[in-house]
Design a protein around this ligand. Structure first.
Ligand code: NAP
Length: 462
């Protein structure tokens, strides 16, 4: 195959799903040329901007992504926003296939009064802020308050709870953004209450993350004995259908409930169950949250749901609320979108039009394909499915032939649209700058957090 006849594939979104897809495609079909787009000047998406800074062992996956993608000739085109700098139709004129790996960038809303009061934030914004995402660096979280409430008990809730309770010394060993480190050093937070709407058997934490909450040095984890006693529906559900994770979590929660009190603890976390927020109170900022008690029921479809018991039972005073109830994908211009499930409608990764027909050459992978579920590694299997379809379509000649198939044609178009495309070399320059700065301070890296700084570093300046 000559350079002229190699099929070219665009992957939009350089997060874990995009990186796994690129690596998988290069393994399956080494002749394919891949351009990996990202709207940020940096690759690896939530690995850089989502995974908590104290989980450095997971962040090391970036080295494997780099080796298996950029190291194999895949081009990185950072600081290019598909839908703004280049349209979907334009991509289709340059590539035989376009794989969307854009994730789920927005947060789900609770639709309760007071949700938008100052002091009430989507956890996703807190995460982006402490991870140095350029669009969120200017946010100001008031950490002068004594109590924070986290709504939801999934792994993002676990991450933000740890970040609010780790000590300055622990945070200093991570790559938490400098602005967040400064703010967290001065934090007055003494207690974080985590509210789960369902019972202890249905927490969304994975067991490693739950266990970790009980092992933060200097932090007491409280669980009320009466709240880990299971209702009959949950007892039966756990015995008959409970996953290994659910059973392990129950065991851990019972151990936490039985643990002795630690009055000397620096900070405290309390996990509460069967509690739903009904209103966030305050006039000019958050002062408290009203919660109602729930009971567990099994629906006719067999789902385990929380149903409100009549009364509002409790008002918890607090100055910060982090709503950690899941991410939500947003539509992409000119690409079909399923407004009910917030994904690109697809069949095993092949994107479908309104009538359910396959849109030739368009694919989805990761959260934009299946919704915001699963751990990082889930994206690997997911990518294998999508790329399997793409390779099959390549083999059977089902991909369209783009009128402008040469890289120079794309590069000429991009040069007209934006002066600052960040290439793999640019990213390596950013990476080197950040890690050098980090080593000087005995930290894994010190992140550059503004677009200006990132672009200057990519150009070898700044
Ligand atoms: P998640 O796991 O789906 O958890 C969302 C939580 O919000 C659940 O507890 C859910 O309760 C609750 N919730 C949803 N709507 C609610 C409402 N209206 N009122 C009250 N509570 C509500 O989502 P996530 O924590 O955002 O994480 C997203 C994905 O990323 C997950 O698959 C997670 O495992 C993964 N992740 C992994 C790691 C890691 O591996 N360390 C770290 C971060 C994220 P119900 O269960 O009752 O719906």
């Amino acid at each position: 195959m000559t350079a002229e006849t190699r099929p070219r594939v665009a992957i939009v979104g350089a997060g874990p799903a995009g990186a796994f897809a690129a690596a998988c495609l290069l393994r399956a079909h080494p002749e394919v040329e891949i351009d990996l787009f990202d709207r940020l000047p940096t690759p690896w998406g939530l690995l850089r901007g989502g995974v908590a800074p104290d989980h450095q062992e997971i962040k090391r996956l970036a080295d494997a992504f780099d080796r298996q993608t950029l190291g194999q000739g895949c081009r990185f085109l950072g600081n290019v926003e598909v839908g703004a700098d280049i349209s979907h139709q334009e991509l289709m004129r340059h590539f035989a296939a376009v794989v969307y790996a854009t994730g789920a960038q927005a947060d789900k809303s609770l639709a309760i009064p007071g949700e938008d009061l100052p002091g009430s934030w989507p956890a996703t914004q807190f995460v982006a802020w402490y991870n140095g995402h350029p669009d969120y660096r200017r946010l100001e979280f008031d950490l002068s308050v004594k109590r924070a409430v986290v709504i939801g008990n999934g792994n993002v809730a676990a991450d933000v709870t740890r970040m609010l309770t780790l000590s300055a010394e622990q945070l200093e060993r991570t790559d938490v953004a400098e602005h967040a480190l400064e703010a967290l050093r001065r934090s007055q937070i003494e207690e974080v209450i985590v509210l789960g709407r369902r019972g202890p058997a249905q927490v969304a934490f994975t067991s490693a993350e739950l266990r970790e909450l009980g092992r933060i040095p200097g932090v007491e984890l409280r669980v009320r004995t009466e709240e880990v006693e299971l209702d009959p529906v949950s007892t039966r559900w756990l015995a008959e259908e409970g996953t290994f994770t659910a059973r392990t979590n129950m065991q851990l929660l019972r151990e936490f409930a039985a643990a002795p009190r630690r009055p000397d603890a620096r900070r405290r976390i309390e996990l509460r169950f069967l509690r739903s927020p009904v209103a966030i109170r305050g006039t000019d900022r958050v002062k408290a949250i009203d919660v109602r008690r729930n009971q567990i029921l099994r629906t006719r479809e067999g789902l385990i749901k929380a149903r409100p018991l009549e009364e509002t039972t409790e008002t918890i005073s607090c100055g910060l609320v982090l709503r950690s109830v899941g991410y939500r994908a947003v539509p992409l211009p000119d690409v079909p979108f399923d407004e009910r499930y917030f994904v690109l409608p697809n069949e095993r990764g092949r994107v479908l039009d309104r009538g359910g027909g396959i849109v030739p050459g368009v694919y989805a992978v990761g959260w934009i394909k299946r919704g915001p579920t699963g751990i990082l590694g889930t994206n690997k299997r997911d990518a294998e499915e999508t790329i399997g379809c793409l390779v099959e379509d390549l083999r059977t000649g089902a991909l369209p032939s783009p009128p402008n198939p040469y890289p120079r044609q794309l590069d000429a178009l991009l040069a007209k649209r934006t002066a600052d495309v960040v290439t793999a070399e640019g990213w390596r320059a950013i990476d080197a700058r950040e890690t050098q700065h980090g080593h000087a301070e005995h930290r894994p890296r010190v992140k550059l957090t503004s677009r200006e700084e990132l672009l200057a570093a990519a150009r070898g300046r700044g």
